[in-house]
Write a protein that binds this ligand. Structure first.
Ligand code: CA
Length: 215
């Protein structure tokens, strides 16, 4: 399970050996690609084609029709992005990390979304295009249980369903850009975190889903 190209629409990723301790000096890469990236893919192909078309147009004066036709690609419709939700997370803090990035170029610092370590279960992570990469790196000593996450394709423009806190309830059931969810807890429980979260344009919620703890 170390180094894999994964396809949608959904699946599970775990650290090696999970739920038994992972190895020292691990270096694992996963690249998740939406099952039906064609709609997104066509768009990027078109853009590439545009550049070539433009070059051709500039050099030969031809291809103008194609350039005009392709210069207005449809954005967003039907495009799928990758949502990653963690179920378990336990890495040696500061020494062993899971880096999550956008796109298919693993390790590319420009595309890093989060560098995760420690024991708190991270919030949902949503890519901004049809691919997401994960890089799991551990140092030479000290091991923990690792992580388990599920991934799923969701429609572009959505932050994904963050769930409902245990002993709580949620108002709102739309997860698209600009949508807000409100949370409250059952009597005898106290809300910890934000009462309201909004889906932002980068596909991430403005804050973690709150929790409900016994007063
Ligand atoms: Ca370690």
């Amino acid at each position: 399970m170390c180094d894999a190209h994964l396809r949608g629409p959904s699946g599970i990723i775990t650290s090696p050996n999970f739920p038994i301790q992972y190895d020292n000096n691990a270096h694992c890469v996963w690249i998740i690609t939406a099952l039906n990236p064609a709609k997104v893919g066509e768009e990027s192909v078109n853009i590439q084609y545009n550049k070539e078309g433009l070059k051709a147009e500039l050099s030969s004066g031809r291809q103008q029709g194609k350039w005009m036709l392709c210069s207005n690609p449809v954005h967003g419709t039907g495009a799928q992005v990758i949502k990653l939700a963690f179920e378990e997370f336990d890495l040696e803090r500061g020494y062993d990390t899971l880096t999550v990035g956008d796109g298919g170029q693993d390790g590319d610092q420009k595309t890093v979304l989060y560098v995760l370590t420690g024991t708190s279960v991270p919030d949902l992570i949503v890519s901004t295009n049809h691919q997401m990469w994960l890089l799991f790196q551990t140092d030479g000593s000290g091991s923990s249980l690792g992580f388990k996450a599920s991934y799923e394709e969701i429609e572009q423009g959505s932050c994904g369903d963050p769930g409902i806190p245990a002993y709580g309830r949620r108002e709102g059931s739309r997860f698209r850009h600009g949508d807000t969810l409100k949370f409250e807890c059952q009597p005898a429980f106290e809300l910890v975190g934000q009462k309201a979260i909004t889906c932002q344009k980068n596909n991430q919620w403005s804050a973690k889903k709150p929790g409900c703890v016994c007063k």
